[in-house]
Design a protein. Structure first.
Length: 79
């Protein structure tokens, strides 16, 4: 319940379902590559991870998730 509450706090309105859908699309399309090389998942994450304000470091800091980047990565894989 804690994770669910945190996500619903971070993603207002339909943003949670939109984010989940786009991330699921990428996960499904990249699954074969990720299964053959688990490092690939982190390489993907590095391309869309949220950027945080200068001087701010660490996990859990507020940042903007790049949904367009996730969608573009998903589009790079066959449907």
């Amino acid at each position: 319940k804690t994770v669910d509450r945190s996500l619903r706090t971070a993603f207002k309105g339909d943003a949670l379902s939109k984010t989940f859908s786009i991330m699921l699309l990428l996960a499904r399309r990249a699954a074969k590559t990720i299964r053959s090389d688990s490092r690939h998942a982190y390489l993907l994450y590095e391309q869309f991870r949220p950027e945080v304000a200068a001087g701010t470091a660490g996990w859990g800091k507020a940042g903007e998730l790049k949904l367009d980047a996730i969608q573009n990565l998903a589009n790079d894989y066959p449907a």
